[in-house]
Design a protein around this ligand. Structure first.
Ligand code: FAD
Ligand code: UDP
Length: 403
């Protein structure tokens, strides 16, 4: 069977045991688990015109499979997550490689011992490598912040070089500031080895027929109904315990009745409350696609522009998907402040203490409602990769099903 779609106006809410808002991995995995393992009838409400959240991919006019909401490469160390996703799709082995366009020369990112040799010359690189190995051990991964704390003058010089040539300008473009939480730049360590993959996880790959197909497979279940083009705000009638601004939720009405079953919410939490405490800050992205009448554009899947250009990176999709064609489609990414919820998408939560406190004020409103579960990159206001979301969705489903 295929995915069951319905118009929200035709829905009889009494026909459903659970409601899921958002159809990315957080929502779709929960829906699949509740439907399959718990035999629950699940209604998914998705505001976009299609399923698969940020993982959505489609064929462009040139017949190239492209990602509409940013390049997505699957990687994980979690066996359960990988086994679970393989129930719905085969995976093509693909190890993502990234190069920095450093004033016209391509150097590996994460910065590794090959990058070191390219930037410092063989002799100096050998001296620095020896010091790195002595300090951190061969094969280790060091964050740029840790490297910058080194007092040894050689290591300090190297740290300064890597910081200036790999991190500063890219981070400024991506976040509008270089003052970011250390966990953000720690995602891309310096490698004291010749390892040249962007990710260091055990399992890496791409769904054989794309993410959208994987989602279609996951959601093709008689117990799941999907309503597209439907925003939670337009179907939820929130009731509060009092008129106070911080009064917690007492129930959520849908179609005139309080909904008693589990509600899994994966959209931005502030937007559900019409941003009553002010909007949570996010970064959004603008994508510029270009199809070229040539087989290849660049030497690997993604090239990061760490010292020049206004965009952060260019991704060439054929590397990711393994597709063959005499044309190619590339995508430039520009990052900017999220200011217009009607026309922009909140892609990245901006992690810092102030925003965490702001988010917690929203979260507190929901804690009084035991059947309400905020889940995912938006609803939890976190910087999660896909595999972590799948894991959290599996764990939450276990919890709901055990109650
Ligand atoms: P989403 O995929 O964002 O899904 C949320 C869904 O909820 C959306 O479909 C949205 O339309 C819907 N929604 C929101 N609000 C409402 C509402 N009010 N009513 C109804 N529906 C609503 N991770 C990796 O592991 N590897 C990568 O290579 C990778 N690349 C990335 C590149 C970019 C540019 C970005 C931004 C993220 C990347 N990620 C990557 C992270 C990945 O996108 C997330 O981990 C994943 O999308 C999280 O799934 P989710 O379901 O929480 O959120
Ligand atoms: N980063 C950088 N230069 C790079 C790659 C990454 O400065 O060449 C920093 C930047 O701050 C970025 C963060 O590391 O936001 C995390 O990078 P990642 O590639 O994981 O970001 P994502 O793919 O999630 O956008």
């Amino acid at each position: 069977m295929g995915v069951v779609y319905a118009d929200f106006t035709d829905i009889n809410i009494s026909d459903f045991d659970a409601v899921v808002v958002g159809c990315g991995f957080a929502g779709a995995v929960c829906a699949q688990q509740l439907a399959e393992r718990g035999n629950k009838r699940v209604l998914i409400i998705e505001k976009r015109a299609q399923i698969a959240g940020n993982m959505y991919d489609e064929y462009d006019e040139a017949g190239i499979l492209v990602h509409k909401y940013g390049p997505h490469i699957f990687h994980t160390n979690n066996q359960r997550v990988f086994n679970y996703l393989r129930l719905f799709s085969g995976f093509l082995g693909y190890r993502h490689k990234v190069l920095s366009n450093w004033y016209g020369t391509y150097i590996p990112v994460p910065f590794n011992m090959t990058s070191l040799e390219m930037c410092f010359g063989e002799e100096r690189a050998a001296q620095l490598e020896e010091k790195l190995v002595e300090k951190f051990g061969a094969g280790s991964r060091v964050t740029i912040n840790e490297l910058r704390q080194q007092e040894d003058p050689d290591l300090a010089e190297l740290a300064d070089f890597v910081y200036k040539n790999v991190f500063v300008y890219y981070t400024q473009k991506q976040w509008g500031t270089t003052e970011v939480d250390p966990s953000v730049t720690a995602r891309v360590p310096v490698l004291i080895s010749y390892e040249d993959g962007y990710f260091q996880d055990k399992y890496q790959g791409m769904p054989a027929f794309g993410y959208t197909k994987l989602f279609e497979e996951m959601l093709s279940h008689e117990n799941i109904t999907v309503c597209l083009n439907t925003e939670a705000e337009s179907v939820f009638d929130l009731r509060f315990s009092s008129m106070e601004e911080d009064a917690p939720l007492s129930s959520i009405y849908i179609k005139g009745k309080p909904f008693e079953g589990p509600i899994i919410y994966t959209g931005p939490l502030d937007e559900m409350f019409l941003s009553r405490f002010g909007r949570l800050p996010y970064r959004t992205l603008r994508f510029e696609y270009e199809t070229l009448d040539q087989e290849r554009f660049q030497p690997c899947g993604t090239v990061n522009y760490t010292v020049t250009e206004d965009y952060t990176r260019i991704t060439e999709f054929k590397y990711l998907t393994g597709q063959k064609s005499d044309k190619t489609t590339i995508m430039r990414e520009y990052s900017l402040a999220y200011e217009d919820p009607q026309n922009q998408i909140p892609y990245y939560a901006i992690i810092n203490e102030e925003n965490e406190a702001h988010y917690n004020r929203y979260l507190k409103l929901t804690e009084s409602l035991p059947n309400f579960f905020p889940l995912g990159r938006l609803a939890e206001y976190r910087y999660y990769n896909m595999d972590v979301i799948v894991e959290r969705a599996l764990d939450l489903s276990d919890k709901i099903l055990s109650e």
